[in-house]
Ligand binder design. Structure first.
Ligand code: 13P
Length: 284
């Protein structure tokens, strides 16, 4: 079923699990992602950046995700990831995305509040959920690099101040993960997460899921994280397989012969992640 983020996260919270939010970089990846949800019977969030939505078409993503979601008994959300431009957010809402993120994390908090309020005022009456972000997460996201000197962890006082003014459906935190594939990427601040989760009953989001150890992910889930973003790991799995496939391709081969293995790879990665996020094979 097609659902907004609020509904999908409520479904997850009721079951004591977290939902995976997986970045699609092209339309080709989407059916494989939904097959992972079908085969695990777990909810899923498909997310795109504005750049990918511009490339494929906002309405095209909506049509494909909605059609496939209606065939599943679990909630499926289509989410706009890390948007900073109100025009793009409006485009996603108008096209039928069921959730949007306004990323005002690098703005002064007053401006982050003001702009998130604007986004909520547009999205909420249209039944579209809103994710906000506090604290600055390092690494590269859709070509934009935040280096380690700019990183700042989410401050509990900032969360209180923010939530006094804004109602959001999910809040992304900076607690030690990094966007992108890094060997020593996660030095997770579990105490900070616990403090924020204990003070505020808001659904919390972990960005930069690639490369975080399964046991650390599960510690985050048991401490209040309900949405976990994974992008780079899928991109690597898809591209690595594509390189292998196309290196041996005959120019007249049907493309599907080479794309099916790429999609199969990401389906397996997603299924494995979903099992960890659902606290199956629990390691905590
Ligand atoms: P990774 O690419 O590190 O998995 O992060 C994805 C993400 O957080 C998208 O918002």
């Amino acid at each position: 079923m097609y659902a907004n983020l609020k509904e999908t996260l409520a479904y997850a919270k009721e079951r004591g699990i977290a939902v995976g939010a997986f970045n699609a970089h092209c339309l080709e990846m989407v059916p494989a992602m939904l097959h992972a949800a079908k085969e695990t019977n777990l909810p899923i969030i498909i997310q795109t950046t504005a750049g990918t939505a511009d490339y494929v078409g906002y309405d095209v993503f909506v049509a494909v995700v909605k059609t496939l979601a209606e065939q599943l008994p679990v909630p499926v959300t289509l989410h706009l990831d890390h948007a900073t431009d109100f025009a793009k957010i409006k485009q996603a809402v108008d096209a039928g995305y069921s959730s949007v993120m306004f990323d005002g994390s690098t703005l002064p908090i007053a401006e982050n509040i003001e702009k998130t309020l604007e986004v909520s005022a547009y999205a909420h009456p249209r039944n579209v959920s809103v994710e906000a972000e506090l604290g600055i997460i390092g690494g590269a996201e859709d070509g934009v690099m935040i280096d380690s000197t700019q990183v700042s962890f989410t401050q509990p006082e900032e969360v209180s101040q923010f939530l006094q003014h804004v109602t959001v459906d999910a809040l992304a935190l900076s607690i030690g993960t990094t966007h992108g594939q890094y060997k020593s990427k996660a030095n997770l601040q579990f105490d900070l997460l616990e403090t924020i989760a204990n003070n505020h009953a808001r659904p919390l989001v972990l960005h930069g899921g690639t490369g975080v150890k399964d046991e650390d992910i599960q510690k985050c889930v048991t401490r209040g994280i309900v949405k976990i973003n994974v992008g780079t790991e899928l991109l690597i799995a898809w591209t690595r397989t594509a390189k292998h496939q196309f290196a041996k391709a005959d120019l007249t081969d049907s493309l599907r012969n080479h794309l099916i293995p790429c999609n199969e790879q990401i389906k397996q990665v997603i299924k494995a992640k979903m099992a960890v996020f659902a606290l199956e094979k629990a390691s905590v």
